[in-house]
Design a protein around this ligand. Structure first.
Ligand code: NAD
Length: 367
């Protein structure tokens, strides 16, 4: 059988720097765990624009459709700020998400013990936290028609439309149930069925899909109550599934329970391919951080944890994903910090490369 394929798109700014650390980890898995990937690398964002005059070349798009998973660094930077909207670096990322039809956005909120004091919440509320928010990414109020600013009488009216079909709800609900099956088998669906018809339909369809997953304990919550519960006692949740708008807000809220932007991974999944794997794009939540690019200051952990998600959700290597997350935890427990994680007095920051090397050393020690 051929090796699983991985397309790496480092992008701009700190993207290539953090991706270089992921490359060390991929090499380690190949050499020490027999987990070999067919890795190819290509350009996206400003880097692609510089070479091809477009933020995503058609050949790269084609490759992304064919591989088992895509891992992206970050795109953008001040150099490209004045480009026409149609060729801005971010358009490359949006094209990938759209043409791969990645409808389920996975945003974990995981609190590493050593960083529990970074949260704005009390240590005991966040220590050990490990939840996953699944946000519908391709429909809802950000896409629904009619939309626009219209004249009505003697004033203007701004209109956006929350619109969900049953099949759109069904497919993202299935992604969330599948995920819950790989975790603690608890799923909470959030909407506003008390005031929105789309919420009533959402609840009905999720409940129906739940009949196919009798092992998963399903609950429902109004999204505003969900926001309160997430800050009050987030550990009551395992997987949360919600629509595009509520997911946008709730995933940012949940992510920040745990501290720095340099620590946050994400995944966007689409329909299963013929080999059973979902279409998948993994990327850190952060951007290209032009203020620190090229200085060896970037925290590579968000990108490394994005690769851990790829191991778990694309490559059926959950145990290896856990090994990698534990290696990250161990490095942090040793007190290693990149500059974005400094807080304690007297701690000297390590560079991007030193952080990557330390994580590889912990992987090695885990054998
Ligand atoms: P950003 O995430 O790049 O940076 C915000 C702040 O967080 C900066 O101070 C940065 O130094 C810090 N930071 C981010 N990631 C870090 C890491 N791994 N380690 C240490 N510090 C880190 O957001 P921004 O400054 O608003 O945007 C910069 C550029 O990135 C813009 O061109 C923007 O359009 C683009 N962007 C891209 C993505 C993406 O590729 N998915 C996401 C957001 C922003």
């Amino acid at each position: 059988m051929s090796n699983p394929s991985l397309l790496i798109l480092p992008g701009d700014g700190i993207g290539p720097e953090v991706m270089a650390e992921v490359a060390k980890i991929i090499d380690w898995y190949g050499a020490k765990r027999g987990l070999k990937f067919d890795v190819s690398e290509d350009l996206v964002g400003g880097a692609a624009y510089d070479k091809h005059g477009t933020p995503l070349h058609d050949d790269t798009m084609e490759k992304a459709q064919e591989v088992d998973a895509v891992l992206l660094g970050a795109v953008g930077g001040p150099k490209y700020d004045n480009l026409d909207f149609s060729v801005k670096p971010e358009r490359g990322l949006l094209r990938l998400r759209k043409e791969m039809d990645l409808y389920a956005n996975l945003r974990p909120a995981q609190c590493f013990d050593a960083l529990a004091d970074f949260s704005s919440l009390k240590r005991d509320v966040v220590a050990g936290l490990d939840i996953m928010i699944v946000r519908e990414l391709t429909s809802g109020v950000y896409f629904g028609e009619p939309r626009g600013i219209f004249e009505e009488g003697n004033e203007r009216v701004g209109i956006n439309t929350q619109r969900y079909t049953e099949s759109e709800i069904d497919r993202v609900a299935r992604s969330a149930f599948e995920l819950a099956m790989k975790r603690d088998k608890k799923l909470c669906s959030m909407e506003k069925a008390n005031v929105m018809e789309s919420g009533i339909l959402w609840r009905e369809v999720v409940t129906k899909v739940g009949e196919d997953y009798p092992e998963v304990e399903l609950s429902h919550m109004y999204a505003d109550a969900g926001a309160m519960q997430l800050t009050r006692w987030p550990k009551q949740f395992d997987v949360i599934v919600t629509d595009n708008l509520f997911g946008d807000l709730l995933s940012d809220l949940a992510a920040m329970l745990t501290g720095s932007l340099g620590m946050l991974p994400s995944a966007s999944l689409g329909a299963p391919m013929p080999n059973g794997r979902p279409k998948a794009l993994y990327e850190p939540v952060h951007g290209s951080a032009p203020d620190i690019a090229g200085q060896g200051k970037a925290n590579p952990i968000a990108c490394i944890l994005s690769f851990a998600m790829a191991l778990r959700y694309s490559f059926d290597a959950g145990e290896e994903a856990t090994r990698l997350e534990e290696a990250v935890n161990a490095v942090l427990a040793d007190g290693l910090r990149t500059a974005d994680l400094l807080g304690e007095e007297g701690v000297q920051p390590v560079s991007t490369g030193e952080m990557g090397d330390a994580i590889v050393a912990k992987l090695e020690a885990s054998l």
